[in-house]
Write a protein of this length. Structure first.
Length: 168
């Protein structure tokens, strides 16, 4: 039997691209997969920039499964740059890339299984940028700093052996 059989996995941005592949691989391995995406998907359609949506999603996951083994913060922040990225758009990028991973971890705190892992899909853009993508780099860099300290807090908050990792 697969080591992931019966595990509960949350994948943000799991309706498309890399997140969709992650979700499919976990399903094939026998895990229950809870996708959170703006796009149509079999589990939950919502906006990661909305605190009410984050709360409704976590309530649903915990009501149905009781605990979480893996939280994969994968959804991609907005890709816009200095000349045309507005205040609202810049803040939206940070909400998707930094605030939502933090808030999901916080809302699930106390409900992570022994040995649980939070995986934030990062990018080499957390250390560098390209013209026209500054809000994306800000979100990736912010997430990098946030998971370093969130991991320490989460690890000491009753999750037992708790892993926190950023994947590039
Ligand atoms: N594709 C690459 O070359 C690459 C390279 C390095 C890192 N990454 C990282 O990998 C991850 C996945 O990238 P991808 O290329 O598969 O992205 P993608 O754009 O193909 O898919 C992202 C998914 O996130 C969802 N999403 C975006 N904003 C959302 C919101 N507000 N609420 C809910 N869902 C939302 C989208 O609907 C989509 O399904 C991202 O974190 C990205 O930064 C990608």
């Amino acid at each position: 039997m697969s080591e992931f059989a019966g595990k509960v996995v949350v994948v943000t941005g799991g309706a498309r691209g890399i997140g969709r592949c992650i979700a499919e691989k976990f399903r094939e391995a026998g895990a229950a997969v809870c996708v959170f995406d703006l796009l149509e998907n079999p589990y939950f359609v919502g906006n990661l920039a909305s605190e009410p949506d984050l709360r409704v999603f976590c309530d649903k996951v915990l009501a149905e499964y009781g605990q979480v083994d893996f939280l994969v913060n994968n959804a991609a922040p907005l890709f816009k740059g200095l000349p045309d990225c507005s205040w609202d758009e810049f803040n939206y990028a940070l909400q998707v890339g930094v605030t939502a991973p933090y808030m999901l971890t916080r809302l699930l705190l106390g409900h992570f299984a022994e040995g649980a892992a939070v995986v934030n899909i990062s990018s080499s853009r957390d250390r560098m940028s390209m013209p026209g993508t500054e809000c994306y780099t800000a979100a990736k860099g912010g997430d990098c700093g946030a998971y370093a300290c969130t991991g320490c807090v989460a690890g000491g908050a009753g999750a037992g052996e708790f892993h926190f990792a950023g994947v590039d």
